[in-house]
Write a protein of this length. Structure first.
Lengths: 115, 115
C-alpha cells in the first residue's frame, strides 16, 4: 500500500499568514485526496487530484500534485481561525470496485491559527 | 443530497462487553462502505470495506467484525471488547462508478472508550 508522509506534523501560524502542508508518497499517486478534520469530528473532503501538475482551489485553499505524481502540497493563503484543524492526505490503497478505492492516509498535520 | 449517519457519537464500554456501531447512508444506492479506526499517533486504519449487501472484506485481523444487512447500512461489531479496541471509529461511503475515482465521504465518528 502507499506510505504517505505528511509534514509538518503540527503548525502554529498567526492569522493572516500563509502556510503550506506537504504530502509525500513512496509510490506514484493515481488519486490524491485532501481532507480536513475538526477535532473529534469526521473528515471533510476538500479536493481530489489525479493528473501530474494538476492544481485545484477552494476558497483560500490550493492543492497541487507534482509532475512526477509523488508529492502534493496544500497551501492556505491568509489563514483564518476557521482553517484550524487536522489536514490529512489520502491515496488509493486498495481497489474495491470498478473505480472505488479504499484510501490510505497520512498521519495528518495539526494546524492552529492564532489571533 | 447524500448524507451519512453514525451512532452513537460516544460510547464507554467495559472490557469483555459486546459492541455494535451503526452507520447508514441516505440519498444514494449501492455505495461502497468502509470502517476506519483512528488512534492517536497512528493515523487512520482501514478495518473493513463492503461493495454490496453481505460482501465484507477485512483488512486487519482483529477482535472486530462487520456486516451489511441492507444496501445502505453498515454495522461494526464485537462479541468481547478489548482495551486495545478504544479509538475513534469512522464510517465512510463512496460512489462506485466507472471511469474515475471517487472520494470517500465520512460520518462524524464514534468515540469508543473501553474501560
Amino acid at each position: 500500500s502507499q506510505e504517505l508522509e505528511q509534514s509538518p506534523q503540527s503548525l502554529i501560524v498567526q492569522e493572516g499568514k500563509n502556510l503550506t502542508i506537504n504530502c509525500t508518497s513512496s509510490k506514484t499517486l493515481y488519486g490524491l485526496y485532501w481532507y480536513k478534520q475538526k477535532y473529534g469530528e469526521g473528515l471533510i473532503f476538500l479536493m481530489m487530484l489525479q493528473k501530474g501538475g494538476e492544481e485545484k482551489s477552494h476558497e483560500k485553499i490550493t492543492a497541487k500534485l507534482d509532475e512526477k505524481k509523488q508529492q502534493s502540497s496544500l497551501h492556505i493563503t491568509a489563514s483564518q481561525p476557521s482553517h484550524a484543524g487536522i489536514y490529512l492526505c489520502g491515496a488509493d490503497q486498495r481497489r474495491v470496485s470498478d473505480s472505488g478505492y479504499a484510501l490510505n492516509f497520512g498521519k495528518g498535520t495539526s494546524l492552529l491559527v492564532t489571533p | 443530497s447524500q448524507t451519512i449517519h453514525q451512532w452513537p457519537a460516544t460510547l464507554v464500554q467495559p472490557v469483555g462487553s459486546p459492541l455494535s456501531l451503526e452507520c447508514t447512508v441516505e440519498g444514494t444506492s449501492n455505495p461502497n462502505l468502509y470502517w476506519y479506526r483512528q488512534a492517536a499517533g497512528r493515523g487512520l486504519q482501514l478495518l473493513f470495506y463492503s461493495v454490496g449487501i453481505g460482501q465484507i472484506s477485512s483488512e486487519v485481523p482483529q477482535n472486530l467484525s462487520a456486516s451489511r444487512p441492507q444496501d445502505r447500512q453498515f454495522i461494526l461489531s464485537s462479541k468481547k471488547l478489548l482495551l486495545s479496541d478504544s479509538g475513534f471509529y469512522l464510517c465512510a461511503w463512496s460512489v462506485s462508478r466507472t471511469g474515475r475515482n471517487s472520494p470517500l465521504h465520512f460520518g462524524n465518528g464514534t468515540r469508543l472508550t473501553v474501560t
